[in-house]
Design a protein around this ligand. Structure first.
Ligand SMILES: Cc1cc2nc3c(=O)[nH]c(=O)nc-3n(C[C@H](O)[C@H](O)[C@H](O)COP(=O)(O)O)c2cc1C
Length: 370
């Protein structure tokens, strides 16, 4: 059988995916304003679970009030969220997909209007190239320990609600990345400076979470291996080293965040980044890769480059039952940008449609026709 449709074991031997196709984490901005699960969010996730993916990863979810980065962001940040999360987990249990909630702390990208406090990060830093950028405040050691505890409590809550696991959002410039990057981490204590110190926050979060959940609860880590966009200070080889440390600390899979799965490395332009990464990370750590995978052929190429699982983002939005098309090696019926009518017809909610209209999303992700 094609590898894409074979069962795949995560690092915890008792957890097996029915196939090697996952839904990539996607912010939907359609939870209730207080972060509880809305019907629109539950229906969207149920559709994906019914679509027959091996794994469904949710939007980036807040782990505390201070971590909130998006309007109408799902939150797992306190016990008032538990009843809704438990109902959602039960609703998804009827399907075979493993259910994973992505956990995120916005750091400098937390939104003061929603958190009620200024944004904090590894350090205070400026980004003159971004108009109106407000420098974050530097976290104290006590605040860092509090955030580690918030992650562990959030993780425990997700397990209690009945989900199969969580994924740490260590990609795309949020708090984990802000600690790892030499551009945003200017600290001179044990959380800054050399690689061991810049990796310390990520490692302590993973270890704290591992100690608080059952052994078969899945912990994934999503990583940007190289700098994207405005933010720099990430190094391919450093991030490979960090990934291998995180494997020792107890993660069950690693998720490479890319906009294009076969893009070359920035540091090694003659090599495909995914291939470079896959040949250097712990052999027992399953590797997920996302980015521009829209055909059965793309998916198989990603596996050839060393991915064990492919994650589908935008193509999963507009195509119901995408794994079924891949199984038949058929072209997807809908390509981007999707018409608004089509998205409405397949049940995409108004808040998610509004998210596609945000200038940054419109310019970079081209999901919906003008
Ligand atoms: C609407 C939208 C929201 C996204 N939100 C997140 C997110 O919350 N967390 C994350 O790690 N990546 C997020 N991404 C990135 C996707 O997970 C994925 O890496 C990217 O879209 C490339 O894959 P694709 O070409 O299959 O869409 C988002 C992408 C889209 C299109």
């Amino acid at each position: 059988m094609n590898k894409l449709f074979s069962e795949i074991k995560l690092r915890n031997a008792s957890q097996t995916l029915k196939n090697a196709i996952a839904v990539a984490p996607m912010t939907t901005s359609q939870s209730n304003p207080d972060g509880t699960v809305s019907e629109a969010e539950a229906a969207w996730l149920e559709r994906l679970a019914a679509d027959d993916y091996g794994m469904v990863i949710t939007c980036a979810s807040a782990i505390s009030k201070q971590s909130i980065a998006f309007h109408n962001q799902l939150s797992v940040g306190d016990d008032s969220k538990l009843p809704g999360l438990t109902q959602l987990a039960q609703r998804l249990k009827g399907y075979k997909a493993k259910t994973i909630i992505q956990l995120c702390h916005g750091g400098s990208r937390a939104t003061p209007e929603l958190t009620g406090s200024p944004a904090y990060s590894a350090s205070s830093y400026s980004m003159p190239q971004i108009q109106d950028f407000v420098s974050p405040l530097a976290l104290s050691i006590a605040q860092i320990k509090d955030i580690i505890n918030d992650f562990a409590a959030a993780c425990e809550r997700v397990a209690k609600a009945g989900f199969d696991g969580i994924e740490f959002h260590g990609a795309n410039g949020y708090l984990f990345t802000q600690f790892i990057s030499t551009m945003t981490n200017l600290r001179d204590d044990e959380y800054g400076g050399n690689l061991v110190n810049r990796a310390r926050f990520s490692r302590e979060v993973v270890r704290a979470c591992r100690s608080r959940v059952p052994a078969d609860f899945i912990l994934g880590f999503r990583m940007s291996f190289e700098s994207m966009g405005m933010e720099t200070g990430l190094d391919m080889d450093e991030n490979i080293q960090i990934s291998n440390w995180l494997a020792e600390d107890g993660i069950d899979y690693l998720h490479v965040s890319h906009l294009q799965y076969d893009s070359p490395s920035i540091k090694y332009p003659d090599q495909i980044a995914l291939q470079y990464i896959s040949t250097r990370i712990d052999k027992d750590l399953p590797l997920i890769c996302a980015g521009g995978i829209t055909t059965f052929e793309d998916a198989n190429k990603a596996l050839e480059y060393g991915a064990d699982i492919v994650a589908i983002g935008r193509a999963a939005i507009g195509n119901v039952n995408l794994p079924g098309y891949f199984a038949q090696n058929e072209e997807l019926p809908f390509t981007m940008p999707y018409s608004e009518n089509h998205l409405r017809e397949i049940g995409i909610g108004e808040d998610f449609l509004n998210y596609f209209r945000l200038p940054f999303i419109k310019a970079n992700l081209k999901i919906m026709k003008e």
